[in-house]
Design a protein around this ligand. Sequence first.
Ligand SMILES: NC(=O)c1ccc[n+]([C@@H]2O[C@H](COP(=O)([O-])OP(=O)(O)OC[C@H]3O[C@@H](n4cnc5c(N)ncnc54)[C@H](OP(=O)(O)O)[C@@H]3O)[C@@H](O)[C@H]2O)c1
Length: 248
Amino acid sequence: MTGLDLQYRRVLLLGGTSEIGQQILTALRLPPDAEVLLAGRDEQRMAAAAQRLRCRVRTLHYDAAASGTHQATVDKAFADGDVDLVISAAGILATQDVLDSDPEQAGLLVQTNFTGQVTTLLAATARLRAQGHGTIVVLSSVAAIRPRRANFVYGATKAGLDAFAQGLADSLHGSGVRVLLVRPGFVIGRMTQGLPPAPFASTPAAVGRAVAAGLAGRAAVVWVPPVLRVLAVALRLVPRPAWRRLRR
Ligand SMILES: NC(=O)c1ccc[n+]([C@@H]2O[C@H](COP(=O)([O-])OP(=O)(O)OC[C@H]3O[C@@H](n4cnc5c(N)ncnc54)[C@H](OP(=O)(O)O)[C@@H]3O)[C@@H](O)[C@H]2O)c1
């Protein structure tokens, strides 16, 4: 499938209420006979999200922190046929000062943002590999590039996920299955509510459009906004003493 109007017939959104995930679905302009599988924890919010989509929608229970359930969730998603697109958008954010005094919450963040992504995506990858086609969209972050003292647990989960997605993409080369790695900067929305926007902040809609455009092309990585690709090079070069003085 190529071109802007990719005709995805079945799409699995892991993190079915994710604002970015919803905006990716909107930007994809799915045909009315497409089926979207929203996988998440909150049935009510997923039902509300389903109403905004102009195609068939089913919901599946999915808890990213419950690794033992992921194979069954993936099996259910693929039970009725091929899945063309898997979007992995489940994630949580907590500031480092909160996590410093709550190691258990830090563990949950790692489980949700990293361990759970690995178990879910490996299960989905086996299915995609077997069907011989499909795309996986992974929501990493610019925080993966160089974790800061103000968010190093979150940054570590994204660095792990980012490395996993790169390796997964390479392992799938030639299989007919593609991985699109997405690295947004600060996105103004539910996840970042109450936090002052960082420079180059974007919106869930902008991320959705950038992902749809990335899927239509051959990119392996999408930065949102694109200037972050250049900025990331500079960020890696900041000397450590200066880097550790960053407050956020
Ligand atoms: N917002 C940003 O600034 C930003 C920047 C870079 C990358 N990202 C990444 O982009 C992805 C989507 O973020 P977003 O902005 O769309 O945030 P969001 O609207 O808060 O969405 C996060 C999603 O994760 C789900 N989730 C959290 N814990 C879960 C669990 N244990 N099991 C299943 N689902 C769970 C939430 O479901 P519930 O409705 O059940 O809570 C929600 O659907 C995340 O991976 C995030 O880290 C976000």
